[in-house]
Design a protein around this ligand. Structure first.
Ligand code: ADE
Length: 226
């Protein structure tokens, strides 16, 4: 899978190249590239922002560098083009799975937003990672890329399956324990030590249901409505 992240601050994307995603980049399963939109500005000072028509606070990213950058990278519209914005569709696990079937171009906004024509001309889908405002789309891009890449083959090893994740079965994941059996008077639940796999599975499902009804009752409601 190939992902290009378009930003005015490519250094903010550097942290993607560590740990699990970094290994998948090293073994060739993933190609992730930060692209500096500023390189594409035709302005002699490489300016990429300007004041909004009609007034209003702050600056907007201008359309020209974004348009030329995306045209250069994807002239025949092979990739799915995403813009990260708090006004986009709310990102979730299902969307992450679906996006993993495409090569992606991800545009990060900065300042007060981008000229609407950049969205109209270049973008397939606007996505928000939640109901809060970040100073730019870069951290949102890292969240989306990380969640999407987990569904690409060659990223998670056989030890790390996404099939058991929270949300995979519509419930939050049950609590897990590792050595030691006792830590400061707190014990691993007996059921996990007895080797009875049917009992363990039953306990895990009960815990998932308890946690989901306590912390995310909306997920149970969603599954009734499906
Ligand atoms: N840019 C700023 N805030 C954002 C958010 N919540 N989601 C996606 N992109 C953003």
């Amino acid at each position: 899978m190939k992902i290009k992240i378009l930003t005015l601050f490519p250094q903010l994307i550097d942290s993607i190249k560590y740990s699990i995603i970094g290994r998948a980049m090293d073994n060739g399963s993933l190609i992730i590239q930060a692209v500096d939109i500023r390189q594409f500005s035709t302005n002699k000072h490489k300016k990429c922002d300007d004041v909004p028509y009609g007034g209003g606070a702050g600056m907007l990213m201008t359309v020209q560098p974004i348009y030329d950058c995306i045209q250069y990278l994807d002239p025949s519209r092979q990739s799915k083009r995403i813009f990260l914005t708090p006004t986009g569709k709310k990102f979730d696990d299902k969307m992450a799975r679906e996006l993993a079937d495409n090569d992606l171009i991800i545009l990060c906004g900065h300042y007060e937003g981008v000229d609407q024509r950049a969205i109209d001309l270049c973008i397939d889908e606007c996505i928000s990672i939640g109901d809060y405002i970040l100073t730019g789309g870069e951290l949102a891009a890292l969240v989306v890329v990380d969640a999407v890449c987990r569904f690409c083959s060659g990223v998670l090893g056989s030890q790390q399956s996404h099939e058991q994740d929270s949300f995979a079965n519509g419930l939050l994941e049950y609590p897990q324990y590792t050595r030691p059996q006792e830590f400061r008077g707190h014990f691993v639940p007996d059921v996990l030590l007895n080797g009875n796999h049917a009992e363990i599975k039953k306990w895990q499902l009960e815990q998932s249901l308890l946690l989901t009804s306590r912390d995310r009752p909306d997920l149970l409601k969603d599954s009734y409505e499906d």
